[in-house]
Design a protein around this ligand. Structure first.
Ligand code: BTN
Length: 264
């Protein structure tokens, strides 16, 4: 991938805010590299992108398989002045940005699963891993984004969850550089908006895209399980769960469709 081609596709706004761009053919993990850069005192905003990752990381300690050119493997580092608890809403904003970027490029029918999975027909198309790092009295957020572009049949078989790729859902998937630029442009635009007015301006957008809203779900968090009806998110990005004990605010865990519907 050519940095100049990428820069030519960026809006003025994102060109100003992304800072350094580092392009790797292969790396362990773009998130790990971004964290290492912060640790070594290189604290300017930065984009790290790789054609392949040998130790791509997903949420909850899972691995993110990242063969060469089969997807976008991207990390954006930005300094933030907000509290650490704003991170959850940031990850929702990132997921919305991924959907909006893909819509601009012609994808259709995408949905979100709280807190930040991008799905097509309940199959995972993109994943997001946000990591927070403190250095020199500042907070830095690494926005890690993985989008499946073209996964081989072998890879699809090796993943124990339903996954899909752009090649299966679009007539002509965009090139990696066009997709990368669209993701960065949309993310930078939405982060500016979020810094100005918080999550409330994204609440309706999220709820319109949430595939489990008004459905019975189960939230798994470690060994705890909660079953209820999802009411979507509130203006902070917390998930609202209608349970027999009333509405509970959920701030962590993983959502699954409930195997035992409540409403029958
Ligand atoms: C998930 O589990 O859904 C999150 C997956 C995040 C994967 C991306 S790929 C680029 C960045 N580098 C990583 O090691 N992980 C994230």
């Amino acid at each position: 991938m050519d940095e100049q081609i990428l820069r030519n596709l960026l809006t003025l706004e994102s060109e100003k805010s992304i800072g350094k761009v580092q392009i790797f053919d292969e790396i362990d993990s773009t998130n790990s590299e971004s964290l290492r850069q912060i640790q070594s005192g290189n604290i300017e905003n930065r984009v790290v992108v790789a054609s392949s990752q040998t130790a791509g990381r997903g949420r909850r300690g899972r691995q993110w398989l990242s063969p060469k050119n089969a997807g976008i493997y991207l990390s954006l580092t930005r300094r933030f002045s907000m509290e650490a608890n704003a991170l959850q809403a940031l990850s929702l904003v990132t997921a919305i940005s991924v959907v909006e970027a893909l819509y601009q490029l012609g994808a259709q029918g995408l949905q979100l699963k709280w807190p930040n999975d991008v799905l097509f027909e309940k199959k995972k198309l993109a994943g997001i891993l946000l990591e927070l790092q403190h250095k020199e009295n500042s907070r830095f957020v690494v926005f890690g984004i993985g989008v499946n572009i073209e996964l081989s049949a072998d890879l699809l078989d090796s993943i124990d969850r339903p996954v899909t790729d752009l090649d299966s859902i679009m007539n002509e998937p965009p090139s990696r550089v066009i997709l990368l630029a669209a993701l960065l442009n949309q993310l930078c635009r939405n982060l500016e908006k979020y810094e100005g007015s918080g999550f409330s301006s994204f609440e309706e957008r999220w709820n319109g895209l949430d595939c489990y809203r008004m459905n019975d779900i189960e939230i798994q968090n470690g060994i705890s399980r909660l079953i209820g009806k999802s009411l979507g998110v509130d203006s902070d990005g917390s998930l609202l769960l209608q349970t027999p004990k009333g509405i509970q605010l959920i701030n962590g865990g993983e959502v699954f469709p409930s195997l035992y519907p409540l409403s029958e």
